[in-house]
Design a binder for this molecule. Sequence first.
Ligand code: DAH
Length: 338
Amino acid sequence: MEQLKNRLLDELSNASTVDEVEALRVSYLGKKGFITDLMKNLKDLSGEEKKTYGQKVNVLKTEADQKITQRIEELKKLRIEKMIEDTEQYDVTLPVGLDQGSYHPITLVQREVEEIFASMGFTVEDYDEVVDDYRCFEALNIPKHHPARDMQDTYYLDNGQLLKTHTSAAQNAIMKKYGAPLRAIFPGRCFRNESTDACHENTFFQMEGMMIDENISISNLIYFMKVMLSEVFKQDVNVRLRPGFFPFVEPGFELDISCTICGGKGCPSCKNSGWLELCPCGMIHPNVLKEGGIDTDKYTGFAFGLGLTRLVMMRYGVKDIRDLNSGSLKALSQFENE
Ligand code: DAH
């Protein structure tokens, strides 16, 4: 017993972590521990011997338990002292050398456009990235097997759902949520199975807008787009509409703005035309309104699908769309203070 005790004391003083001490507790006092094992000898002893032997083992047990607990407390105290000592080696008044984070340019432009529309009475809506075929196509007057589906290479999921190919996928839900009259914009990430190059990405951002009310006409559409884009580009821009086909609008348009680089005179950025193609739009097709539960005898509306990623590229002169998804902090942080 004396030997066992001395060995334990020795091992305790060599242990340098709480875990090591806990392991010693198991090997001495655990079910099959050295001290616990001593009790096995009881059966070979006579009555009186049993008593004294048993008492001795119990004293040893208590003592061992105390020494172990004591050592644990000691080590904990030492650890705290070491931590304090370590922190004292730092000068907490020194400036931090880490780079500060910055907003992504898409976030910056998105927030700016949101603010402009909010000031014109539009609500800003959030919408899912995974949607069903109905939301993305059928509710938008694009039935199954309609050739317009070929315009958008879709990522389908195993469960039959898909990654939304355009923010228009939220139109139906938002009409059902609010009814008419309605003014809403809904920015979002869109996905298309395209091969990427400087102008194409399989992941990009759009900002969809809808305005539904009595007597809404193309002039309202032109007015809102002109005001909004002049604010975004911080200069007076002219807009023009060309016919464009989208099944969910009738008539549908491609909206161009006067080139923000040359002011419309003609330069390489606008291929000398003086115009930049920016935003498809149109008067919401009656089928789409009806599908959203809107009374088409009373209400009409316009919708647009602003290419937010494209807007960011024009605004900051980003030449390669892939830079925006690159995660390169060096490339992305430079826009923060523009
Ligand atoms: N969703 C269309 C696309 O991504 C863009 C679009 C066109 C949206 C016309 C509209 C619109 O709201 O009126 O190809």
